[in-house]
Design a protein around this ligand. Sequence first.
Ligand SMILES: Nc1ncnc2c1ncn2[C@@H]1O[C@H](COP(=O)(O)OP(=O)(O)O)[C@@H](O)[C@H]1O
Ligand SMILES: [Mg+2]
Length: 184
Amino acid sequence: MNWYKKSQKKRVHSLALPLEEELSEKGHLDYDDDENLWFGAYYLKDDILEEEGKMLESRYPEMRPLGSGHEGIAYDIGDGKVLKLTFNEAEYDIGQTLIDNPSPHFANVYSVEKLNQSYAIVLEKCQLWDTSEIRHEEVEKILGALRSNVYDLFGCFANLQEITDDNVGINSKGNLVVIDLGIM
Ligand SMILES: Nc1ncnc2c1ncn2[C@@H]1O[C@H](COP(=O)(O)OP(=O)(O)O)[C@@H](O)[C@H]1O
Ligand SMILES: [Mg+2]
């Protein structure tokens, strides 16, 4: 299978689909040739990230795609850490702010880096929040409390609508924390 070749002509955001389908069907992706190894870089924007993708793969040889949303793609890089590649500069800024002022309401941020085309953020890998057994009102109540804590930190600059169940996870201490720094 070579999903990059199959999907490279599609629009950027639609590329998440074959990746996620394959992941959920098989639980893993095939890495049977060099191109498949770094579809994640291509995923973001055609081939402009080729160089960055190569560099990151040599730095994190274990990197495997974990998930993607509107702005970027997250990779498991082992050691309980996630690499988030994004085009959103705000994530870089928030990441730096959280390194300087760690917050219990966010996943731990270990490093932020500006690459040529994108931003690379290394953060704590969290367990995803499974809300399937929780009442909608309860989920909203919990998210509301988290939004209020984030508002206390970042004030009106924060786009609290981005704090959704997809963008929060459970950290190693068992606390619900924001994992997607794209909140501005
Ligand atoms: N720290 C993390 N721990 C575990 N999974 C993560 C982490 N960061 C991202 N993910 C997974 O990757 C997905 C996309 O990452 P996210 O930062 O939300 O990207 P986007 O900005 O594109 O929405 C998340 O919905 C989640 O499934
Ligand atoms: Mg997200």
